[in-house]
Design a protein around this ligand. Structure first.
Ligand code: SD4
Length: 332
């Protein structure tokens, strides 16, 4: 399985410096992936997803349960509660959920609700629509009985006030990247495939820190932050959403897999396409893709070093791996 050999080795060279060693697990050999998600904190999301899958046997329940973990985590500043606000101080959330029967629900620029992924699921299950935004999404959520929750934590508010002092708004640059390491990117994309080849996925984020009010990234857009296709596979994205949206990144990866590419080759092709298309405009931006096919084979590839992902196999064992990247690591 390509994820084990290539990427686990890579972890030694590029990823280990970026990750606390204790959080890196070994992938048991021969295991087929069941649930994969973006970043090292995806391990906790995968554990919740796996527990839910064991309980209900439903992949859509599983990816929703997984998404709940970072959504409720105040220390994750790019998803849900504790997410950094937009430039005006509002925490606005984007989420999408999708199964392999063409069912999809999404919300964007949603305020005051803790679990946007569950609102997205309600859109999918209770309305004839696929996407609700802004005040309409909030109204729908409240009508559906979701409690009103203040999402701006004191810590996130302090970071925003600090940013206000000096930072200039630069719509193209990746603000998170400028502020620190690539590990500041915390959107969760979680995709799953069971032994029968059934698939589901979810993606949830508070978007780019200190974004322009009303800005929506790739995450909640079908085919951009997430794509699931029966009998093929699923893909998800993280990083600068504008760059993913430009090429409908996840849809591109799924069509590459449909045409016979491995998940890894498909993710790499999408990154190369962005790099070629955008040149210097993506010099400092991170874009990363993660995909799974119906055989449970996983692939990941990023523009910049530092992207990690969590893989949980059918037996519940989890590995955190570092993806290969187009640009070399400057750390070693
Ligand atoms: C966005 N893709 O809104 C998201 C941000 C992200 O880690 O992935 N952050 O553009």
């Amino acid at each position: 399985m390509e994820i084990r050999r290539r990427d686990a080795l890579k972890l030694g060279a590029a990823g280990a410096a970026a990750l606390p060693a204790a959080r890196v697990f070994a992938q048991p050999s021969g295991a087929r992936a069941l649930i994969v998600s973006t970043w090292d904190f995806g391990a906790a999301a995968n554990a919740a997803a796996y527990a839910q899958w064991k309980k209900s046997g439903s992949l859509i329940d599983a990816v929703e349960a997984g998404a709940w973990v970072p959504e409720a985590d105040p220390t994750n500043h790019s998803v849900g509660y504790g997410g950094y606000p937009d430039r005006d101080g509002h925490v606005t959330l984007d989420a999408i959920i999708m199964d392999d029967r063409g069912n999809v629900g999404a919300v964007a620029a949603l305020e005051d609700v803790l679990h946007p992924i569950s609102v997205a699921r309600r859109v999918m299950e209770k309305t004839p629509h696929t996407f609700l935004v802004g005040e309409g999404a909030r109204q729908f959520a409240l009508e559906q009985g979701f409690p009103r929750t203040k999402l701006l934590t004191p810590e996130a508010e302090a970071a925003w006030r600090d940013w206000l002092k000096t930072a200039k708004y630069r719509p193209i640059a990746n603000i998170e990247n400028q502020r620190g390491s690539a590990l500041d990117h915390d959107t969760i994309g979680i995709v799953a495939c069971d032994a029968g080849g059934r698939l589901a996925g979810a993606c949830t984020t508070s978007g780019m820190a200190f974004k322009l009010r009303g800005r929506v990234g790739d995450s909640p857009q079908a085919g951009c932050g997430l794509m699931v296709e029966p009998d093929v596979g699923a893909a998800t994205a993280t990083g600068v959403g504008e760059e993913v949206t430009r090429i409908a990144g996840s849809a591109r990866i799924v069509s590459s897999m449909r045409a016979g590419m491995s998940p890894m080759a498909a993710c790499r092709e999408a990154v190369l396409h962005i790099a070629k298309l955008r040149g210097d405009a993506v010099k400092d931006a991170q874009v990363a893709f993660l995909a799974i096919n119906r055989e449970g084979l996983v692939g990941a590839y990023a523009l910049q070093p530092g992207f990690t992902y969590a893989v949980t196999d059918m037996g519940g064992a989890t590995s955190v791996l570092a993806a290969e990247s187009l640009r070399p690591s400057t750390k070693n």
